[in-house]
Design a protein around this ligand. Structure first.
Ligand code: AMP
Ligand code: MG
Length: 530
């Protein structure tokens, strides 16, 4: 394999995925990029990764981040995965437009993937061009960084670089590459690929779903792995599960039933993650199993958006015509996805299949109560409650119902609770066409607050630390992307990025960025981020 080696400073790669999971990827090289230009660079993240930020924020860095040159020590590869997309199983997806460059150990000692997204075709591209347009690249950058600033586990954006190559969509658009950083890019769909492959070995039921037509590297090769212990024979997901345990859940290694514990650990992280999404009104938009990590990070920002007016049925993605991935469905979809993960792990969980199904089912059924615990704890904090009382769920539900029936903006309503807690209810009341609809609720809330230990001023501060003032408002995101794409003006993108990465600060000079789109704006719809 030959590719121009980068003149950027060396990156200390240590590529365990490439070393340990042979058969689970194909090597590939980025497409040539004629005139790379670095349009966004995340210096703070580069520092955290232990990279030389000054040296990478340069022309050499632009070539590297546009995929024009491959850094020394990288082992560029496209990962294989399968996945349920809108409920239907695709046995072979894989990185059709992304390349894992390798892994680095960051300054906190955590292993992080560096991945190029939009860097050209791979063996998994099917009919796609392997490319990304500038708009969706900047969108993923902005929303991912906003999510991180909100304290939500997510992949991060290290850089966005334009390639100088056109990308053909509805119209011709500037091409770009996102450099993404993740705890790993291993998905529920990665396990599904493994399991489907195991079925193929046994002539199983998936053989007629197209998987038999895979390129040779992807056909099962048990000899590609260290000889499995006797007890593990016939359990194709074992090498991947072992890798995931070692990388993401090392505390499980020693225990009995490590694989069941792995399923439970992924479940627990996802329960916490989805609750955090719900607390900020985040709608992922495409919760296919290939877009759900086993690390518990949010991944693959496509047609995602933040909900403004509170309505659990809110859907933004234009392809989600049945509302499968609506805001209010997200917890149940996560549980459904975990059930698909559990299926891939059955042979690891118990050699007796019916016993395995029983134990896996019990583990997956544990998702909803755990999610509800996280959700309730977070909602208590969002109402300024630091103690627990039995009437809290009703109080929370009554607030949400009031927002829904009066069509009130979700982030602003919570944000204004801080002022209300400090004796200034007007901003909250002003959100309601008929303020009496919230006054009745406020009386209940104030009675409840009387049981709380904090003083009102402290409570107002605590509320401002959990209820963001600034989320990436859809119309602001669109305006920032349009300026960049249509006029090469990155000012609005940079301004918006700076604002939404300080979501809890007051920023009075940017007050208008806290506001939703005007009521007469057309309904917001996002398109699949390709
Ligand atoms: P996504 O909707 O981005 O999660 O992608 C779903 C699948 O389609 C993944 O296997 C991607 O690699 C693949 N894909 C998406 N866009 C493209 C593209 N432009 N070219 C090739 N493959 C793509
Ligand atoms: Mg995806």
């Amino acid at each position: 394999m030959t590719a121009p080696l980068s003149s950027a400073p060396p990156i200390p790669f240590d590529n365990t995925f490439a070393r340990e999971l042979e058969g689970f990827f194909v090597e590939a090289l980025p497409a040539p990029a004629r005139s790379p230009r670095l349009v966004a660079f995340n210096r703070a993240l580069a520092d955290e990764l232990g990279l030389d930020a000054g040296a990478l924020d340069s022309e050499a860095g632009a070539r590297l981040f546009a995929g024009a040159e491959v850094p020394a020590g990288a082992t560029p590869l496209a990962q294989a995965y399968a996945g349920h997309q809108f409920g239907g199983f695709s046995p072979q997806l894989g990185d059709g437009r992304a390349l894992l460059l390798g892994e680095v150990i960051d300054t906190h000692g955590r292993r992080r993937d560096l991945q190029l997204k939009g860097s050209g075709r791979t063996r998994f591209s099917r009919g796609g061009d392997g490319l990304a347009a500038l708009g969706p690249v900047l969108r993923e950058y902005l929303i991912g960084e906003a999510m991180h600033a909100l304290g939500i586990p997510t992949t991060r954006a290290l850089a966005a670089a334009t390639t100088g190559e056109p990308v053909q969509r509805d119209k011709t658009l500037p091409g770009a590459v996102l450099t993404r950083v993740a705890a790993s890019h291993i998905r529920v769909g990665t396990f599904q690929f493994f399991a489907a492959r195991g079925e193929l070995d046994k002539g199983g039921k998936l053989a007629d779903h197209g998987i038999a037509r895979q390129p040779p590297q992807l056909v099962a090769r048990e000899d590609a792995y260290p000889a499995p212990p006797e007890a593990r024979r016939g359990r194709p997901a074992a090498p991947l599960a072992d890798y995931v345990i070692a990388r993401h859940y090392p505390e499980l290694v020693a225990g009995d039933d490590a694989y069941l514990a792995l399923l439970e650990a992924v479940r627990d992280r996802q329960a916490a993650l989805i609750a955090r999404w719900m607390h900020v009104g985040f709608i992922h938009g495409v919760m296919n199993t290939d877009n759900m990590t086993v690390s518990g990070e949010t991944i693959d920002y496509g047609p995602c958006a933040f909900m403004d007016r509170y309505d659990p049925a809110t859907v933004f993605g234009s392809i989600d015509v049945h509302g499968r991935y609506a805001y209010g469905n997200q917890p149940l979809i996560a549980a459904w996805n975990l059930a698909r993960l559990a299926e891939t792990m059955l042979p690891l969980i118990d050699s007796d299949e019916s016993r395995a199904v029983e134990r896996a089912t019990e583990a997956v059924q544990g998702f909803v109560p755990r999610y509800e615990q996280h959700w309730l704890a977070g909602m208590r904090a969002k109402l300024g409650l630091s103690t627990e009382r039995p009437e809290d769920p009703d109080l929370i539900q009554a607030f949400l119902s009031a927002l829904q029936s009066a069509n009130v903006d979700f982030p602003l309503a919570f944000r204004h609770l801080a002022d209300a807690a400090a004796g200034r209810p007007e901003p909250l009341r002003a959100l309601f066409a008929d303020a009496s609809a919230i006054d009745a609720w406020r009386r209940r809330w104030e009675e409840r607050l009387a049981h709380e230990p904090l003083a009102p001023a402290q409570r107002a501060d605590a509320l401002r630390r959990v209820n963001p003032a600034f989320i990436p408002r859809n119309h602001r995101v669109e305006a920032a992307l349009e300026a960049a794409v249509e006029r090469s003006d990155y000012g609005p993108f940079e301004e918006l990025l700076a604002i939404v990465t300080r979501p809890f600060d007051e920023q009075p000079e940017h007050a208008s960025f806290a506001q939703p789109a005007p009521l007469d704006a057309p309904p917001y719809e996002t398109f699949c981020g390709t």
